[in-house]
Design a protein around this ligand. Structure first.
Ligand SMILES: Cc1ncc(COP(=O)(O)O)c(C=O)c1O
Length: 424
């Protein structure tokens, strides 16, 4: 058993002591109590309990494969329920609306779909490991060199790679609480020490975050806008903050919903890249481009950071079809415009209807709205699901009385409100 580390050995010793304790009880009974009584007792309870315990310990000792200590306490990421699962569980026949994962309700970019049709025959060939054409297109669009760009299997992969490359056990990682749940999970996987700063009025508390930075801080990771509240860091706050982050601390700015924002107060983190080599900016094709099912995210940073992320990524992490579709989607300005406009119109409609229903919400910059109820959200979630509308409870974000609702198409939004009217 030389391959077990010290902690594993200690844990096993603890369990052995408990097993020995049971053996001792057994032994004592044999010494001082008559054989007859022991047999009776054993038959009644002890035998069963002892056997049961012995069995449990035997299984635990010999059969259970122990997890790494960092991984033991991780609560897995719970995505919004897939439509197929709800159909299976509830046997619903009518059309189901999924407003739980902030996908694009208009579907995928038509240009991306067309490109897939044309290139599907090539899937016997491994993809380009360097995503050459996709990076080239991204470089042209954002005026950035290819070696300052990385592409991942969704931006969640890039989040994981950042932690994988930079976080040693015990390094401090500052994030808001709540913010996108994958930051917490990635931090736990790599043994980072999560420093969670509570939101202030549902927005990042930039002052407290700034004060919290110390010599142990390795990463600060902020979503802008925040999932699940939809609030942004404004340009003036961002200007102030960026200057306070030391050069040896990585600042990750996750702009997954950036295309939904046309507001001069919203900072474009790319503008800060030249002056600040420690910034990583994350974008995704999962939201406005409608390619969540293909898993493509990308990041911008200094050449050193990009090279470090490449070192720890698996080969061919972005598949051939995803690269082709994402490259085509970047040309689909018409689809992006339509999606933006639909989101804006849906937002206005939902604000008005939610107000009529006397429901509180946090004004959003994303494609989702955080709605606050005066009771646990789970009941409303379940009732809506039975009526064919999948919403998102966010208990794991520490908001048991709130629902996160993706802004849908006009028909979906109308159905959502009809359903809410019957429940609230
Ligand atoms: C803030 C934020 N970042 C990243 C992601 C994940 O995006 P991707 O699909 O690119 O992994 C999400 C998804 O909901 C998100 O809300």
């Amino acid at each position: 058993m030389t391959f077990f580390d010290e902690q594993t050995k200690k844990n096993r010793t603890k369990r052995m002591t408990i097993i020995e304790f049971f053996i001792l009880i057994e032994y004592t009974h044999n010494q001082y109590v008559s054989q007859e009584v022991i047999i009776k007792l054993k038959k009644l309870v002890l035998g069963k309990i002892y056997l049961l315990h012995f069995l449990i310990f035997w299984i635990y000792y010999y059969v259970v494969i122990e997890l790494r200590n960092f991984v033991k306490n991780i609560r897995s990421y719970k995505p919004g329920k897939p439509i197929e699962e709800v159909v299976r569980e509830l046997g619903i026949k009518e059309e189901i609306i999924k407003l739980s994962s902030n996908e694009n309700p208009l579907g995928p970019s038509p240009k991306a779909v067309q490109s897939i049709k044309e290139k599907i025959k090539d899937i016997n060939i491994y993809p380009d490991n360097n995503c050459f054409y996709l990076k080239k297109k991204l470089g042209e669009k954002f005026n950035i060199q290819s070696d300052n760009i990385t592409v991942g299997s969704g931006s969640v992969e890039l989040i994981e790679l950042i932690f994988k490359a930079y976080v040693n056990p015990g390094d401090e990682v500052i994030m808001s609480d709540p913010s996108f749940i994958m930051y917490r999970i990635a931090c736990q996987i790599f043994g980072g020490k999560r420093i969670a700063i509570p939101l202030k009025n549902y927005a990042h508390d930039i002052e407290t975050i700034t004060k919290t930075i110390n010599e142990k801080t390795k990463i600060i990771i902020l979503d802008n806008p925040i999932n699940p509240t939809g609030a942004i860091i404004t340009k003036d706050k961002f200007n102030y903050f960026v200057e306070k982050v030391p050069e040896n601390v990585i600042l990750v700015v996750d702009e997954a919903y950036r295309e939904y924002i046309k507001n001069e107060n919203y900072p474009n983190a790319i503008d800060y890249l030249k002056e600040h080599e420690n910034i990583i900016i994350l974008h995704t094709f999962s939201k406005i481009y409608g390619l969540a099912g293909l898993r493509v995210g990308y990041g911008f940073s200094s050449t050193d950071i990009i090279a470090a992320l490449m070192k720890v990524s698996l080969p061919f992490n972005v598949n051939r079809i995803s690269q082709i579709a994402a490259t085509a989607a970047l040309d689909d300005d018409e689809f992006v415009r339509k999606s933006y406009e639909s989101n804006e119109a849906g937002k206005k409609f939902l604000y008005k209807e939610l107000e009529q229903l006397n429901l509180q919400y946090t004004p959003t910059y994303g494609n989702f709205i955080l709605v606050h109820l005066e009771r646990e959200a789970k009941g409303v979630f379940q009732a809506a699901q039975k009526r064919g509308v999948i919403l998102r409870t966010i208990l794991e974000y520490g908001l048991p009385n709130s629902l996160r609702i993706t802004i849908g198409t006009p028909q979906q939004n109308k159905k959502l409100i009809e359903v809410l009217k019957t429940i609230i």
